[in-house]
Write a protein that binds this ligand. Structure first.
Ligand code: ATP
Ligand code: MG
Length: 452
């Protein structure tokens, strides 16, 4: 049953395996690391499964001077720090029943790796590897990896009823790996997608964050809109919505999916791309010639994005940045320092937000009709202008202004909300080139504004 394929394990994993086995326990490398190594993909964290109870494993590692953290000891999971790498070591276990569909009521520790592998979600995630014993793959995960198929371990319906998050995990893996969902697995996901309603929002948004950053997000979003729509119902009105405009060859959802895949895989940009046109169905109207228009759609998209992201309990800072990008995604920008600096102001003076906006604009342009794709080039030009502005140390935020609150105080102006107004006005006059960024000129212009 064992397969002698060789997977190079990083030395921290080898260290923990040999410590555990040296003490008479059985230990294997499992989960995502083994899967990604077999696919030839850059692997993430390393998980180890062993027969050692967590407290015995802890004593063993601490005796070697390794730091451990009791991150999930109720479920048999210990985190071990080896150098700067954190590895998870979990006791062989099987999950008890899930009465609430969220987490097992109890876990039972079991004797064998085989039983441990049988409780895992998909066959590709249920492969164990040991440097001497090779691969142990009782669920046929290698065969499914070869066929690029995601298949539930055991009876799909039961497994999703136990933990509905697995439904979303499966779609997330499809988006990351470009694999298809095995038919019975997919059917069970569609049928039981309603169970996702009871999964904690944080777990859902964690999977969604990974899903939207997948390299195959376009096909995944289009092929599994019904499943994803259960946690992101905002997608449903976009599906099949014909834009009736010469600028677009796709419906709103196809355009969105294509836009996302054409941006770099960063959560901020991808969330913004996901929602940027969500307001289009509500803003849509046709003129006398039957051409579609969407005036004001960006504002509606902001409202839709805000509702969705709050429901998903995404971090506040991420939400407000996404909303800012959605709001300005369609603003017309000229590749001139003046126009670029003005937009930078609207984005809170943060260059990284500007580069996120141009990335969104590139994805948006690449997903439009072929004759609009030259706009991708405009976004590159905007980046170049901003880089030159930054290089030259030009003014674009209150921080860079040659005067501040102290100067206003020295003028005898009593502190209050007026300060912000005056400083913003001064910055505006510098940005528009009316006043140089020098203290005497700025003070003179402020005095001029204050005179009755
Ligand atoms: P990633 O590369 O994103 O870390 P992963 O497969 O390692 O993917 P983890 O969430 O780190 O995912 O989980 C590690 C392993 O634990 C999985 O490979 C799988 O075997 C098992 N697992 C995780 N979540 C579940 C779940 N909800 N139900 C069953 N098994 C799970
Ligand atoms: Mg992992």
């Amino acid at each position: 049953m064992e397969d002698k394929a060789h997977i190079p394990l990083p030395s921290p994993a080898l260290t923990l395996l040999s410590l555990l086995e040296g003490a008479g326990f059985e230990a294997w490398c499992v989960g995502g690391f083994v899967r990604d190594a077999l696919i030839g993909r850059k692997a993430g964290d390393i998980d180890i499964a062993s027969s050692a109870p967590w407290d015995k494993a802890q004593a063993l590692f601490e005796a070697q001077g390794l730091k451990t953290f009791e991150t999930g000891v109720k479920h048999g999971t210990l985190t071990v720090l080896v150098g700067s790498d954190a590895l998870e070591v979990t006791t062989f276990r099987t999950d008890g029943t899930y009465t609430d569909g969220r987490r097992p009521d109890s876990v039972t520790f079991v004797e064998s790796i085989e039983e441990d592998l049988a409780r895992r979600d998909f066959t590709m995630n249920a492969i164990a590897y040991h440097p001497e014993r090779g691969l142990f793959d009782p669920q046929g995960g290698q065969r499914d990896i070869e066929a690029r198929v995601i298949r539930a371990v055991g009876e799909a319906r039961t497994r999703f009823a136990e933990d509905a998050l697995r439904i979303l995990r499966g779609v997330r893996f499809a988006s990351q790996l470009g694999f298809s969902l095995e038919e019975a697995t997919r059917k069970a996901m569609v049928e039981q997608r309603g169970l996702l309603e009871i999964v904690a929002a944080e777990r859902v948004s964690h999977e969604l964050g990974a899903l939207i950053c997948g390299a195959f997000v376009r096909d995944t979003l289009l092929a599994h809109t019904d499943i994803i729509g259960q946690v992101l119902p905002e997608l449903l009105p976009m599906k099949g919505f014909d834009q009736k405009t010469p600028y677009h060859v796709f419906d709103v959802l196809e355009h969105t999916a294509c836009c996302m895949e054409n941006t770099r895989p960063c959560a901020l940009v991808r969330w913004a791309a996901l929602f940027h046109d969500s307001g289009k169905p509500a803003a849509f109207f046709t003129d006398d010639a039957g051409v579609g228009h969407f005036y004001g759609h960006a504002k509606i998209s902001v409202t839709i994005a805000q509702t969705a992201m709050r429901r998903l309990r995404l971090p506040r800072a991420l939400v407000s940045d996404v909303l800012l990008l959605v709001e300005h995604h369609d603003d017309i920008l000229a590749a001139t320092p003046k126009s670029v600096k003005r937009m930078l102001r609207k984005l809170g003076g943060r260059p990284e937000m500007f580069f996120a906006l141009t990335e969104l604009k590139r994805g948006d342009a690449a997903a439009q009709a072929p004759h609009c794709r030259h706009r991708v080039g405009l976004a590159h030009e905007l980046d170049a202008v901003l880089e030159a502005v930054l290089e030259a140390g030009e003014v674009f935020s209150l921080h860079d202004l040659a005067i501040d609150g102290k100067d206003l105080k020295a003028l005898g102006i009593p502190p209050g909300p007026l300060y912000k107004e005056l400083l913003e006005g001064a910055l505006e006059s510098v940005l528009s080139g009316q006043v140089p960024n020098e203290k005497p000129s700025l003070i003179a212009s402020i005095q001029g504004r204050l005179e009755p």
